[in-house]
Write a protein that binds this ligand. Structure first.
Ligand code: SF4
Length: 392
């Protein structure tokens, strides 16, 4: 079969899956084509971490069905995050959700070798030093903050149980890549490129190693021996993990090993943090962000959820206060998206849509006045990104 593959994933982590799918198809005598025009099958990796990306993935499925004769294979996160939205003609659409992709893609492509036998240690070399500059000089080309680093995927999945989390519905079991394999691939990539700035990709970085008898600090200590200039960006580090390893985190910062920290907090209100089951308090957030400020460590960003069930104006004000007081460089601000199979769907006191949009505009304006980059639903930053992801 001639197969066209399209990744609509907002995150960098799932590029690993696209590499795995490409190797699987090529090794099983299918032909990868660059245009959907000439394809027999169009394989879409869908994303639904937020309502705007969910809606974009749905619109893209319809677009390919309406404009091409090929069978559309819907993979990725959308089928498990919003199963109720997957309502397409089964004669034209095959659904191969991430958690069951081995069986469903094996059935769809009848391979000699099963998808299960294709596992890569995903690394990717740095694309650019400045993603914004790269985008200006390469209109239409996609580049994000992550592309300013050599990338390595260290694990997939998450064992935290946040009540709102839609992505957990799509994640397979937590899987850490073995330490020695990561070291070998990181060494190879850094020496090949001469770049020693490395972003560690994971859905829950701090839980690295829990399933293979090691831990996150051991990973950092090992990878730090690749070269004296190694500096890391930590992606998706839960604040509880920072607290769990606070001694090591302080020494990594003091040793200049950390170039950037992504620390999602989601809210600044204790009541909302409890309802989200985030396992830390507002006081913990103040302590950690205060520590970073006191160390002069400015290179950190966070994620915020707006409109979580029960969120009052006062709760929201607490979140705004945390952001303007401790000043992360960037905030991924997401409108609360209800996933029917997530525990938060059963919570009372839902916040009406008009109020949530008003709060989104308020946080967007406040952060931009404070010089903090805000990527929220409906923002120019988000709209442009989705447009780039959709480029054929
Ligand atoms: S839902 Fe999350 S994990 Fe899945 S592709 Fe989107 S951003 Fe990545």
């Amino acid at each position: 079969m001639k197969v066209y593959i399209k990744g609509l994933n907002a995150c960098a982590m799932r590029r690993e899956k696209l590499v795995q799918y490409r190797e699987f198809l090529a090794a099983n005598d299918h032909t990868l084509v660059e245009s959907p025009e000439v394809s027999d099958a169009i394989l879409l990796w869908t994303c639904a971490f937020r309502a705007d990306h969910r809606d974009s993935s749905l619109e893209q499925i319809r677009y390919y069905l309406d404009n091409y004769n090929a069978k559309v294979v819907v993979t990725g996160c959308l089928p498990d995050i919003a199963p109720e939205s997957i309502d397409f003609n089964p004669d034209r659409v095959v659904v191969a959700n991430w958690k069951e992709d081995i069986k469903k893609l094996d059935d769809a492509f009848l391979p000699g070798r099963s998808l299960a036998t294709f596992r890569v240690v995903y690394t990717e070399e740095r694309l650019c030093e400045d993603a914004a500059l790269y985008r200006r000089s390469n209109p239409g080309k996609d580049a994000t903050f992550h592309d300013q680093f050599n990338k390595i995927l260290v694990s997939e999945g998450c064992n935290f149980k946040c009540s709102y989390c839609s992505e957990r519905l799509a994640f397979p079991l937590y899987r850490s890549i073995p330490l020695e394999e990561l070291y070998a691939e990181c060494l190879k990539k850094c020496h090949e490129t001469g770049v020693y700035d490395v972003i560690l990709l994971a859905d829950s970085l701090g839980q690295y190693g829990n399933d293979i008898g090691t831990d996150f600090p051991s990973l950092i200590r090992k990878l730090a021996t690749v070269h004296p200039n190694m500096r890391f960006a930590f992606n998706n580090l839960h604040l509880s993990s920072f607290l769990e390893f606070i001694g090591e985190m302080k020494s990594f910062i003091a040793d200049g090993l950390i170039k950037h920290l992504n620390l999602p907090i989601q809210s600044g209100s204790d009541k909302i943090l409890r309802r989200m089951n985030r396992l830390y308090t507002k006081g913990d957030v103040e302590m950690v962000f205060g520590l970073l400020n006191s160390l002069g460590f400015k290179a950190f960003d966070t994620h915020i959820l707006v409109g979580f069930p029960g969120e009052t104006e006062a709760d929201f004000d607490e979140t705004l206060d945390i952001l303007t007081r401790y000043r992360p460089q960037y905030a991924l601000v997401s409108k609360y998206m209800e996933s029917l199979n997530a525990p938060s769907a059963k919570l009372s006191d839902k916040v009406d849509d008009e109020t949530v949009w008003r709060r989104l505009r308020r946080i967007e304006n406040l952060l931009s006045d404070a010089g903090i980059i805000c990527n929220c639903d409906g923002s120019e930053l988000s709209t442009n990104r989705i447009a780039r992801l959709k480029q054929v």
